[in-house]
Ligand binder design. Structure first.
Ligand code: ATP
Length: 368
């Protein structure tokens, strides 16, 4: 079968209303998602939100309750994993301990009955790609964690998959190795133009690696977009707090015209323009502002919101000021100042909010 006609040729994976429950518990609501050819798409969300379930459905390790799945326009909903022409890398490498690096990498070609000479050539090629040419004869236990992870990547790449699926592949690595591997993977992926679906719960990993991010919670995709769309224009309360630092104020929306709102935040009345196409109805709302959009001002200035320095955290090139603020949703506001401008705890300050850029969410939508 062929995917419905709205599938353009640049779609590598198409997920049409695929859902999954485990003995009555919904792990995934019906999901609609298209992964473009050559794209690095990240599934990002907290533990239990359904990322791995979605990846396993694409891989074919799980059967969907409903909906259809296409890879390169082929309907694969009923196709077993080994016939889907995908490559998979897991968190726990799952290398065969008794086989050499080369044998581990060759495994997928042996099961596909690729001739010996071609197998040797392709293994050599892919080991060079992951910079392990000199390690072909070693056993996995003779390798570092990062090297083992590269073997796992080589093993997935050697079969020339239509799609590469990665489930938290770097979570067992220490921080430095992790960021080196992130760069390496991204280089290999873009050099090969390989369609990639990457699972992580680490927002900075998602922001730095992805072409697009699908932010998930409770079995649903809450927003999908480029890293800067997700960071600069979070569509809802959940995305605003899960990705990046967020300052949230309890406010009352008095009036709205298009994207401009008149608000009361405690005793302060403000007018500001959001990036949103649609604002909530007047009433209690949450005002969202990134730390870098807030600044310090005099308490007597119009629009100033009163706060008190609780803690100043030195971060080298800047300091984080954590402020007690009675109109903040969780009682705290954070902003960054040059390290030389850090202030003593107990100092009373005013917070100035930007006239353009923040967002207003319905307060009831809050969730974790
Ligand atoms: P994590 O980052 O912790 O791996 P996740 O986002 O990958 O989380 P999933 O593993 O997809 O989440 O799980 C989604 C939901 O489905 C969870 O509530 C989980 O407990 C449940 N679940 C997943 N697999 C099974 C299973 N085989 N049997 C029963 N419930 C399951």
């Amino acid at each position: 079968a062929i995917a419905p006609q709205d599938t353009r040729d640049d779609v590598a994976v198409q997920i049409d209303g695929v859902s999954k429950s485990f003995s009555g518990t919904v792990a995934l609501e019906p999901i609609r998602l298209k992964v473009r050819r050559g794209e690095f798409l990240t599934l990002l969300g907290p533990s239990g939100c359904g990322k791995t379930t979605l990846l396993n459905l694409i891989a074919g390790f799980l059967e969907a309750d409903e909906g259809e799945l296409f890879i390169d326009r082929d309907l694969v909903t009923q196709v077993p994993p080994h016939q889907r022409k995908i490559g998979i890398v897991f968190q726990n490498y799952a290398l065969f301990p008794h086989m050499s690096v080369a044998q581990n990498v060759a495994y997928g070609l042996r099961t596909r009955r690729v001739p010996k000479a071609e197998t040797a050539e392709r293994v050599r090629e892919v080991l060079a790609l992951v910079k392990l040419e000199d390690f072909a004869d070693r056993r996995p236990r003779q390798l570092s964690g990062g090297q083992q992870q590269r073997v796992a990547l080589a093993r997935a790449l050697v079969v020339r998959p239509r799609v590469l699926l990665l489930d938290e592949p770097f979570s067992a690595l220490d921080r430095n190795l992790r960021s080196a591997m992130q760069v390496e993977l991204r280089e290999i992926q873009s050099r090969l133009g390989l369609t990639t679906v990457f699972v992580t719960h680490d927002q900075s990993e998602a922001l730095s690696m992805s072409d697009r991010i699908a932010v998930m919670s409770r079995g649903r995709i809450r927003q999908i977009g480029t890293p800067s769309q997700i960071y600069d224009r979070p569509e809802n309360h959940f995305v605003s707090t899960f990705v990046g630092d967020a300052n949230l104020f309890a406010a009352t929306l008095l009036e709205k015209t298009d994207a401009t709102a008149s608000l009361d935040i405690g005793k302060t009345r403000l007018s500001l323009t959001t990036f949103q196409e649609e604002l909530p109805e007047p009433g209690p709302v949450t005002l969202f502002v990134r730390p870098e959009q807030c600044s310090l001002t005099g308490l007597d200035q119009p629009g100033a919101i009163a706060a008190t320095v609780a803690l100043s955290v030195y971060q080298g090139s800047y300091a984080e000021l954590h402020l007690d603020c009675s109109v903040a949703e969780n009682g705290r506001v954070m902003l960054r100042v040059p390290a030389s401008e850090a202030m003593e705890p107990g100092t009373n300050v005013g917070i100035a909010l930007p006239e353009r850029g923040p967002a207003i969410y319905t307060t009831t939508e809050r969730e974790t």
